[in-house]
Ligand binder design. Structure first.
Ligand SMILES: [Zn+2]
Length: 88
């Protein structure tokens, strides 16, 4: 009397780093690196240059600048250093 049913399995998703990109691609407008297009409401594209691109669906991409920890100081005297303050 054992009705052994296997549950409907979802297709496995394999993420291969640095593999060939199949399907649509997203090009970072800041540094022109090419990534797989971020899925709707899915994981954002995290570009090497520090910008994140999140797909809100319907082709809407929001851009956020999230530098890596320690990448950009937000306090302290060094944070104010800009191109105009060259004091070599
Ligand atoms: Zn970039």
């Amino acid at each position: 009397m054992a009705t052994h049913r296997t549950a409907a399995s979802t297709a496995p998703i394999t993420y291969t780093p640095a593999g060939p990109i199949n399907g649509p691609t997203f090009t970072c407008p800041r540094c022109e690196r090419v990534y797989p297009y971020p899925p709707d409401h899915g994981k954002p594209v995290r570009c090497e240059c520090g910008w994140w691109y999140t797909n809100l669906g319907h082709g809407r991409i929001i851009e956020e600048f999230r530098p890596r920890i320690g990448g950009a100081a937000t306090s302290g005297p060094e944070a104010a250093a800009g191109p105009a303050s060259e004091t070599h």
